[in-house]
Design a protein around this ligand. Structure first.
Ligand code: SF4
Length: 291
């Protein structure tokens, strides 16, 4: 792991799309060692060279504390959009943990995306944040099949460890769910995979599953992806999607229909507005029960 200099860590979100209600975004690390073959952060537009080497932003906790103290408006901070905040080195370095303490101290909310069960280490801080602000912790789960997981997300924790992390979070009263994306055409876009994920999500107490029945592919990211799938599949992708950026599963309509039917059956949310509203309701309900 290396350290790099970053002038500013907390960026204001300027987007019309309400991505989990985040007002700010932050990446404590650059690069990631989970090795997902489809990772969008490999795209050349982000200019992250040597993506598989994790670089921590030097003194991130101190800088974040200073930045948050000087913010005029509180809000929800998104962590994990470009690199996993619970990569292998976080266990020792604890930058994410220290940043969460600052978020809590300065009365901000948080939305985290990770593929690591290390996230449960910080349950106590999530509990404190939940008492005053939105605290939404999402685990990305793309496949129920552990053998396939090893091929498409080779150095990340197993899918079952991620489901167990959701259970732990849910049992501790933390608002939690699943990012079921990407669903890779011809790879994990089966009804069986979707069914297994939704059923297990319901058993572990996930509040929501947010899906994308396809994958986005561009330049460097696409090259890396094609290097890691069979030549037969590469040929299929080239025939079906040509140079498209959005590569939706050919089964996406059926998958979506089946997915929504299952979510409705198990009482799991899947629409962005509903998820945002429920994450806000969660604090109110907590405050009422505390009172
Ligand atoms: S965990 Fe996320 S950031 Fe890391 S390689 Fe996988 S998709 Fe990329």
């Amino acid at each position: 792991m290396e350290f790099i200099f970053a002038k500013k860590l907390v960026q204001t979100v300027k987007s019309d799309y309400p991505w989990f209600g985040v007002d700010y975004n932050m990446n404590i690390y650059r690069g990631c060692n989970h090795g997902c073959i489809y990772c969008d952060s490999r795209s050349s537009c982000y200019q992250v060279h040597d993506f598989d080497t994790v670089k921590a932003k030097q003194d991130a906790p101190i800088k974040v504390e200073n930045e948050l103290r000087n913010k005029r408006k509180n809000g929800v901070i998104g962590l994990g959009a470009m690199s996993d905040p619970y990569n292998y080195y976080e266990k020792k370095l604890k930058y994410t943990k220290d940043v969460l303490k600052s978020i809590n101290k300065n009365q901000f909310g948080v939305f985290i995306i990770t593929k690591s069960d290390l996230v449960i280490r910080d349950i106590d801080i999530f509990k404190s944040i939940s008492n005053h602000s939105v605290c939404n912790v999402a685990l990305t789960i793309t496949t129920y099949d552990e053998e396939l997981k090893k091929e498409i997300e080779p150095y990340s924790p197993s899918s079952s460890d991620r489901f167990n992390a959701i259970k732990e979070l849910s049992d501790n009263g933390i608002y939690t769910g699943i990012l079921m994306m990407p669903i890779l055409p011809f790879i994990n876009d089966s009804i069986e995979n979707i069914e297994n994920i939704v059923k297990r999500a319901s058993e572990v107490g996930a509040n929501y599953i947010y899906p994308y029945f396809g994958v986005t592919l561009r330049d460097n990211q696409k090259d890396y992806y094609f290097m890691n799938i069979s030549s037969k599949l590469v040929k299929k992708y080239k025939t079906v999607y040509k140079d498209s950026y959005m590569c939706s599963s050919l089964n996406s309509k059926d998958l979506k229909k089946h997915f929504e039917m299952l979510c409705n059956k198990y009482g799991i949310l899947y629409k962005m507005d509903d998820i945002i509203n429920e994450s806000k309701e969660f604090i109110k309900n907590k405050q009422i029960s505390l009172f």
